[in-house]
Design a protein around this ligand. Structure first.
Ligand code: GLY
Length: 379
């Protein structure tokens, strides 16, 4: 494949580079930027176990003054205030200065945690995103949203802080479990639903589901990064258009949170998207009657197979989790509703109205009357 590059022209423009073997060739792709500075690579045990940490360390050693590494356990619970302070203290102990560099090598958890550490250490130190999952490649590594979680909710503490470069090494997707690859497909389907009718049509009509080995994967990643870039350029700070990227996320985050992150982000978002579509159809908020086809598409990627976990929680638990949602502003919430094929719109409604609509759906969910098929779910 040929190397793909997407430039994100924010105040400090940066490139997103998409190719195979970028970790192996990181010396070449980062030489102009690192210029013999100190580099701290932060990753997780899964990523390190596949040899990517060792490979990156070896590749950049010749172009750095020193390389340090920190390997955290994997999982959403690592996006904690304790790890955030731990990273800050490690950087201070090693005398990192504002000219040194952090590298986030991993999925969305590592990217968000390292990004927030970089945003605040010495009031800002450069960082490079090296996403190793489809989900982080097409969403969280691009656009500068960084955060950690609190016990009260996901991503409640964070900053907008853009990376200095993004290297998306597609070969790392080959070692993703099917389930983690599918989580990324939830975000891919989201892009189709909110902004790209062609992508949505392509996903609904392709002969074979997308996999890490699909010939068109690089093009699809590039297309999603371009969509994200365009949204971020128009609304970097999430005041308008960027909120579309939260389609399915209000319900999704609440499900993730109440399940103590046993429901993954992709599956939480997929559940949130289908429920939002169903709710919109039922309440006459959309002319788009798509729930059945949308449901089939999500099931192709097994994205509703954890919905049964949500049944263990009451609507009150979910509502409680939503009360702390960032998208809530006073008594109102801006939610994203499908408008037509490949197009969503933002609607600001009272939180009470939103809660009312949702309650009906979660009541159905609890009584097994949810009008969607869930392939592979536990009874
Ligand atoms: N992940 C949503 C955003 O970056 O705005």
């Amino acid at each position: 494949m040929k190397l793909e590059k997407v430039n994100v022209a924010v105040a400090k423009p940066y490139d997103v580079i998409i190719d195979n073997d970028l970790i192996k060739n990181a010396g070449h792709h980062l030489e102009d930027f690192i210029q013999q500075r100190k580099v701290m690579i932060i990753t997780d045990e899964n990523v390190a176990s596949f040899g990517y940490l060792g490979s990156l360390q070896e590749a950049i050693s010749p172009i750095t003054k020193a390389v340090h590494t920190i390997t955290l356990p994997a999982g959403e619970e690592q996006k904690s205030s304790a790890n955030y302070i731990y990273l800050q203290e490690q950087l201070a102990t090693l005398n990192y200065s504002r000219t040194d560099v952090l590298i986030a090598l991993g999925g969305g958890v590592i990217g968000d945690l390292v990004g927030f550490t970089a945003a605040t250490y010495l009031r800002g130190i450069p960082y490079i995103q090296m996403p190793t999952t489809l989900l982080s490649a097409i969403d969280s590594s691009v656009g500068g949203k960084t955060a950690i979680d609190l016990p009260q909710g996901k991503n409640l503490v964070g900053a907008f802080y853009q990376p200095a470069r993004v290297l998306c090494d597609l070969t790392t997707f080959h070692t993703l479990s099917q389930s983690i690859f599918e989580d990324g497909c939830a975000e891919l389907i989201k892009y189709g639903m909110i902004l790209d009718d062609e992508l949505l049509n392509d996903l609904m009509t392709r002969d074979q589901p997308l996999t890490a080995l699909s010939d068109d994967l690089a093009n699809i990643v590039k297309r999603c990064v371009e969509i994200k870039r365009n949204v971020v350029l128009e609304d970097e700070h999430d005041l308008g258009l960027r909120q579309l990227l939260n389609f399915g996320h209000t319900i999704g985050h609440a499900i993730e949170q109440v399940s103590h992150y046993k429901v993954s982000h992709g599956r939480g978002v997929a559940t949130g998207m289908i429920l939002t579509q169903l709710m919109a159809e039922k309440e006459g908020l959309t002319d788009l009657i798509l729930a059945e086809r949308f449901n089939q598409l999500l099931n192709q990627y097994h994205l509703l197979d954890q919905v049964y976990l949500a049944k263990a929680y009451t609507f009150a638990d979910l509502l409680d989790a939503m009360t702390n949602d960032k998208k809530r502003r006073g008594g109102e919430i801006t939610e994203i509703f499908p408008e037509s094929f490949g197009k969503c719109e933002l609607k600001t409604i009272t939180f009470d109205q939103y809660a009312n609509w949702l309650e009906k759906f979660f009541t159905d969910l609890k009584t097994d009357q949810l009008p969607i098929t869930i392939i592979g779910a536990e009874a």
